[in-house]
Design a protein around this ligand. Structure first.
Ligand code: AMP
Length: 521
């Protein structure tokens, strides 16, 4: 039996092929039959290009139903889909094209000029355009124009579970961005686990409100795949916009977002129980959901957000339960089939599995874990343990009920005066202070301490806090070595499109002009 992911989806498409698969915010309607026929045309086009097996089809396009159809067509034709963040500019695209050597690149008509220069120089054989449609207009561009001339039926190519399906480039806040290679088996198994775990009832009327981008694991492999596997309709928004989400929520049953979406919903007028009356599941992930947001959301809407944790390399790893208690500040329990352990070191410096409550490096194994980094065999070997666990680079702690909390990235760990300081712990204490909206804690190189614990705080509008107040309050709640040596106030924290705080940007911004210029407390 084929393990082609598209074949798995197609086996769940509703019997009525005229039923709605995607509805756009401006009222366009794509039935399951439309999706099947449109993906067949593009799959036929791709197959006619005489590409080698394993060819990469790269796409840097705006979100649209056709962008999703391109993903499905690539799977059907047995090639490897490579989505790219629409924010990337020439230097970044040059790197991705050089590294992945895609045979086909699909870009927006606006970017065609500069992408063509880069792509043709690098030897990309085929360049197509796809625009975002909208305002009642379906997409145009050379991809669809060419595909129109191809038949609307296609025999999905047979694939093995280990065959490569998608390459997701990591956001690469440090060093080179790496291409995580995910197979049909990795993605299919994870989608099936989530279907069970989140109680998607096959074709039982679920409607997913899709506001996430399609170039990232969250929007593509968690949200869209969830609906596709379930034969469920999606309402597609080109991007997150609180007013539009509020307008569409009453027609939806499932919503997935990054924490920033939930913060913005809470800040928008008119968002209440009535808006959420038909929702059965709100999912948050990709960055930590603040305890305050979790609590305020529950109070305002009566819904408990389900927080989950995963990454491009592994798909989803843990989730708060559907039917049992969802604990704020935790990412829940390891998903079925995922083996997740926390590793610390014993007194001799040897690796040892942590006890409940101890903080350790998160390592994982399971059918969802990727096959390695694209063309980086040494890096891949480095990131796996001898017994086959992937080192996630995240640090966490289990509570006595087995719920995992993410303490931070191991590279964000601060070592100050020889002590380990976990930014998340300090941030949680800071966030409790009256007048603090949110905070980020970083380590800044320091001549005496190695690194100085540094806090960047966004105040509530009316707050009168001073740096001295913060330091004094912190001294009463945590050990002195953890108390920030310096505190900065900022208008907002720098975030990437997935809502992750960019600590590398903060580290640069607040680097000390001359090491040692802070006053030790
Ligand atoms: P990405 O590959 O872009 O999805 O980024 C994955 C990283 O996002 C993980 O390694 C975590 O550091 C972080 N992450 C994802 N979900 C959560 C979550 N629920 N809470 C905290 N961090 C998260």
């Amino acid at each position: 039996m084929t393990a082609n992911l598209y074949a798995l989806f197609a086996s769940r498409f509703p019997a009525d092929s005229t039923a709605c698969c995607i509805e756009t915010h401006d009222g366009q309607y794509y039935s399951w039959g439309d999706i099947e026929r449109a993906s067949a045309r593009i799959a036929n086009l791709l197959s006619s290009l005489d590409l080698p097996s394993g060819a990469r089809i790269a796409a840097q396009v705006e979100k649209s139903p056709e962008a999703l159809i391109l993903y499905l067509a690539t799977l059907r034709a047995g090639f490897v889909y490579l989505p790219l963040n629409t924010a990337y500019r020439a230097a970044e695209i040059e790197y991705f094209i050089g590294d992945a050597e895609p045979a086909v690149f699909v870009c927006t008509p606006q970017n065609f000029g500069w992408v063509a220069q880069i792509a043709f120089k690098a030897g990309t054989r085929h360049l197509f355009t796809l625009d975002e449609g909208g305002n009642g207009r379906r997409n145009s561009g050379s991809l669809l124009a060419r595909a129109m001339h191809h038949p609307d039926a296609f025999d999905t190519v047979e694939k093995q579970a280990d065959d490569l399906a998608v390459i997701l480039y990591t956001s690469g806040t440090t060093g080179r961005s790496k291409g995580a290679m995910l197979s049909h088996g990795n993605i299919g198994s994870n989608a099936q686990v989530l279907q069970q775990y989140w109680h998607w009832h096959w074709q039982a009327g679920d409607v997913l409100l899709h506001a996430l981008p399609l170039f990232h694991i969250h929007g593509l492999l968690v949200a869209a795949n969830g609906a596709l596997l379930n034969g469920s309709k999606m309402i597609f928004l080109p991007k997150f916009e609180a007013a539009e989400v509020c307008r569409q929520l009453p027609r939806s049953t499932v919503f997935m977002g990054v924490p920033t979406y939930y913060v913005r919903l809470l800040a928008s007028g008119g968002f209440d129980r009535h808006t959420c009356r038909n929702i059965r599941l709100f999912v948050s992930g990709s960055a930590p959901l603040l305890a305050d947001t979790f609590a305020e959301f529950a109070e305002r809407t009566g819904h408990t957000i389900l927080e989950r944790y995963g990454m491009s390399e592994t798909a989803m790893l843990t989730s708060n339960p559907y039917a049992q208690e969802r604990r704020g500040g935790t990412v829940g329990l390891p998903l079925p089939g995922v083996s997740l352990r926390l590793m610390g070191t014993d007194s001799e410096g040897r690796g040892e599995v942590c006890k409940t409550g101890e903080i350790g490096d998160i390592q994982v194994k399971g059918p969802n874990v990727f096959h390695g980094y694209w063309r980086m065999p040494e890096k891949t070997v480095e990131e796996f343990t001898a017994d086959g666990y992937f080192k996630t680079g995240d640090v966490g702690r289990f509570d006595n009920q087995g719920y995992l909390s993410i303490v931070g990235r191991s590279k964000d760990l601060i070592i100050s005066g020889g002590y380990n300081v976990y930014p998340k712990e300090i941030e949680s204490v800071l966030d409790e202070i009256d007048g603090v909206l949110e905070s980020a804690v970083i380590g800044i190189p320091h001549v005496d301490f190695g690194e100085a614990v540094t806090a960047v705080i966004v105040k509530r509008p009316e707050a009168k806090l001073t740096t001295a107040d913060v330091i004094a309050l912190m001294k009463t709640s945590i050990a002195n070595f953890k108390v920030p040596k310096q505190v900065f106030f900022a208008e907002e924290l720098p975030r990437n499109t997935m809502g992750k705080v960019q600590k590398n940007v903060l580290r640069e911004r607040y680097a000390l002009p001359a090491a040692g210029s802070v006053t030790p407390s």
